[in-house]
Ligand binder design. Structure first.
Ligand code: IMP
Ligand code: MG
Length: 185
C-alpha cells in the first residue's frame, strides 16, 4: 500500500477528468485574452503550482507567469480566518496589465479576498480569478471566481497541488481525505 492510500477515502476527480477540464479552461482563457496586449498569470503558492503548469501549456496567447504566497492564521493548519499575510510578493509589475490569479481552491474566501485587494490596489488594467476548485458553500466573504474548474462539496481534499500536511501535492488526481485515518495517524 502506498503511503497516501490509507488517507484516501475516495478519488473525487481522476487525472483524466482534471486534465480535460484544465485544457478547457486554457482554451477559454486563450479566447478571452486573445486581444490582451499584456497578460500575466499570478499563481498562488504552493497549492496552485500543478494547476498553473498544466494550464499555461494550453494558453495560446503570450503571457508572463509569476508567483505570490499568502497564508492565513487562526484556526490551525486546515482552516483559514480573516487574518491573511503576504509571505512572498510578486516580482512582476501589475500596473496597467491584464492579471489572472491562479489558485488551487477557494474555501472561506479570506485568502483570495486579501490577495485580490492587494493586487487591485496596484492598478491592473483588469483582474480576474481562476480557481481549480470551489467549495462554494463555505464562503464567508463576498467573492466569486471568474473561472472555476469544479465546484465541490465541503470535504477536505488533497492531491494535484493540494497538500495533506505539506505532502502528496504530487498526486495526479484530487482525493477526499479519510478523516478517521488521519486522526489515527
Ligand atoms: P480560504 O482562505 O478559506 O479560502 O482558504 C484557502 C486556502 O486553504 C487554499 O488556498 C488552500 O491552501 C487551503 N485549503 C482549503 N481547503 C482545502 C482542502 O480541502 N485541501 C487542501 N487545502 C485546502
Ligand atoms: Mg492555496
Amino acid at each position: 500500500m502506498l503511503s497516501y492510500e490509507k488517507y484516501l477515502k475516495e478519488v473525487l476527480i481522476d487525472a483524466q477528468t482534471l486534465q480535460q477540464r484544465v485544457a478547457e479552461l486554457g482554451e477559454q482563457l486563450s479566447r478571452d485574452y486573445a486581444n490582451s496586449p499584456d497578460l500575466v498569470l499570478i499563481c498562488i503558492l504552493k497549492g496552485g503550482v500543478m494547476f498553473l503548469t498544466d494550464l499555461t501549456r494550453h494558453l495560446t496567447v503570450p503571457h508572463e507567469i509569476d508567483f505570490m504566497a499568502a497564508s492565513s492564521y487562526g484556526r490551525g493548519g486546515r482552516a483559514s480566518t480573516g487574518s491573511v499575510r503576504i509571505e512572498m510578493d510578486t516580482r512582476a509589475q501589475i500596473s496597467g496589465r491584464d492579471v489572472v490569479v491562479i489558485e488551487d481552491i477557494i474555501d472561506s474566501g479570506h485568502t483570495l479576498h486579501f490577495v485580490l485587494q492587494t493586487l487591485q490596489a496596484r492598478s491592473p488594467r483588469s483582474l480576474r480569478l481562476c480557481t481549480l476548485l470551489d467549495k462554494a458553500s463555505r464562503r464567508e466573504v463576498n467573492l466569486q471566481s471568474d473561472y472555476v474548474g469544479f465546484t465541490i462539496e465541503n470535504k477536505f481534499v488533497f492531491g494535484y497541488g493540494l497538500d495533506l500536511d505539506e505532502k502528496y501535492r504530487n498526486l495526479p488526481f484530487i482525493g477526499v481525505v479519510d478523516e478517521a485515518a488521519l486522526r489515527d495517524g
